[in-house]
Design a protein around this ligand. Sequence first.
Ligand SMILES: C[S@@+](CC[C@H](N)C(=O)[O-])C[C@H]1O[C@@H](n2cnc3c(N)ncnc32)[C@H](O)[C@@H]1O
Length: 251
Amino acid sequence: MTAGPMRPRIVAVETLDGLAQDHPAAMRSRRDLRRVHGAMGTRSIVLRALRTMQQTQRQATPLKVLELGAGDGSLMLGVAQALASAWPPVELTLLDRQSVVERTTIERYAGLGWSAVAQVIDVHDWAAAATHAAPPGRAAARWDLIIANLFLHHFEDAQLVALLGAVAATTDCFFACEPRRDWIALAGSHLVGVIGANAVTREDAVLSVHAGFRGKELTALWPASAAPWQLQEYPAGLFSHCFRAQRGEAN
Ligand SMILES: C[S@@+](CC[C@H](N)C(=O)[O-])C[C@H]1O[C@@H](n2cnc3c(N)ncnc32)[C@H](O)[C@@H]1O
């Protein structure tokens, strides 16, 4: 059910974002998130999207991949486990403003041939740096792929315009999997207690759906550019909404 009189996006500060990273309720909520992803089928949704992204855009070795708002890096680890045998080596940067990637997670990436580093920075600072002219003699950082999961919905549209502008300036290939703002997802978000989620996760699940996306809302925020981009925005699974952008002409 993607049609219906859903209200416009409402972005509220999520409870997890207001807790210290080592607060027990925050640590528990981050673990809950893994089960929430299981219920949402996020790993499969991400895999399906990445496998169908143009082969030609995956020829650099090693691939430079950036995840924005990566959290503890566990979702992407599941993706890496499924992709590692088919992909070249990957240099993965897990960007988040909290330092919550465990050493064992980095080691598990290494076991797959992916060298992962955590970058602790606010994404707005990253975006500002990414869109500033590179100093003479230094090229701006380029990424073969930028990805975001359950992240873009944290931001108001005006912030997303700046953020997506920075993404478009630094990669040819972007994918995001976000909460879908519809009645099914809203009903699901009220039921996350069923999978044992704590109060923080239960509250944030509902807030996330109200801040989620539908239709072509992310496409509308993508920067207009002279260069051609292929943009796709679509519902996925029961609760998710995806956006992908690839530079280049359609085949
Ligand atoms: C809902 S969690 C998703 C984590 C991970 N992507 C996943 O799907 O498991 C959102 C993450 O965004 C991070 N975050 C929120 N606002 C941020 C900001 N302004 N800059 C960087 N990270 C931010 C939070 O710390 C949190 O780890």
